[in-house]
Design a protein around this ligand. Structure first.
Ligand SMILES: CC(C)(COP(=O)(O)OP(=O)(O)OC[C@H]1O[C@@H](n2cnc3c(N)ncnc32)[C@H](O)[C@@H]1OP(=O)(O)O)[C@@H](O)C(=O)NCCC(=O)NCCS
Length: 175
């Protein structure tokens, strides 16, 4: 399996992978495939990775610009990881893990200071994510269970990571 950044040729396949991953999950599909398309068009700082197996895309992970604002210093710029999608018949085979690990490694190389994720606390800690509130970081999404909002600190001084974390505007309903 190859993990690589998306190309323009991949866009229709990515849409189908995201739609199928969520449609057949317990979460259901609530426009995640369209969200990926909108983010691609609207977010100028992003990393979109595909997992390719035998010439087909079986998984996808998107990282887009996120901010962390402590109300005093200029906001820190990091990344938010969402969504991560693996074709239903390829799940539980390590594809999601490879996408996440590869993405974090690339962002670390680029000196991105943090990655945030909203997700299941039994899955993401294995990649280095920890409960964000333990660093004094909170999501600006309402009603987020504390243990589901996580941060992967990559700053040389994690104590500089605190405040309100916000994903790209596209994640928020208008108004
Ligand atoms: C979540 C997802 C990306 C994981 O990809 P994957 O290739 O199946 O994951 P891996 O094979 O690398 O890892 C499997 C592990 O993930 C865990 N896992 C998968 N989905 C999970 C979920 N929704 N909640 C908690 N844990 C989950 C499995 O229990 C398994 O854990 P184990 O190793 O302790 O047995 C994939 O299942 C998927 O596309 N799901 C539908 C869309 C979704 O929910 N995306 C995440 C929110 S953005």
């Amino acid at each position: 399996m190859i993990i690589r950044p998306e190309t323009s040729h991949d866009i229709p396949q990515i849409h189908r992978v995201v739609e199928r991953a969520f449609s057949q999950s317990e979460l259901g599909h609530h426009g995640e495939a369209e969200l990926v398309d909108t983010l691609r068009a609207s977010c100028d700082q992003s990393l979109s990775l595909v997992a390719e197996l035998d010439g087909s895309i079986v998984g996808h992970a998107l990282f887009t610009r996120a901010t962390l604002d402590n109300g005093q210093d200029p906001p820190r710029i990091g990344m938010g990881m969402a969504p991560v999608s693996v074709l239903p018949d390829r799940q539980q085979g390590g594809v999601g893990s490879q996408l996440i690990r590869d993405g974090i490694q690339r962002l670390r190389t680029e000196k991105v200071p943090f990655v945030i994720v909203l997700g299941h606390p039994s899955y993401y800690p294995r990649f280095g994510f920890l409960q964000a509130s333990t660093l004094g970081v909170r999501s600006d999404f309402p009603d987020v269970p504390d243990d589901h909002f996580m941060i992967h600190p990559m700053d040389s001084d994690p104590s500089r990571l605190s405040g309100i974390a916000r994903y790209h505007d596209t994640f928020y309903p208008a108004g």
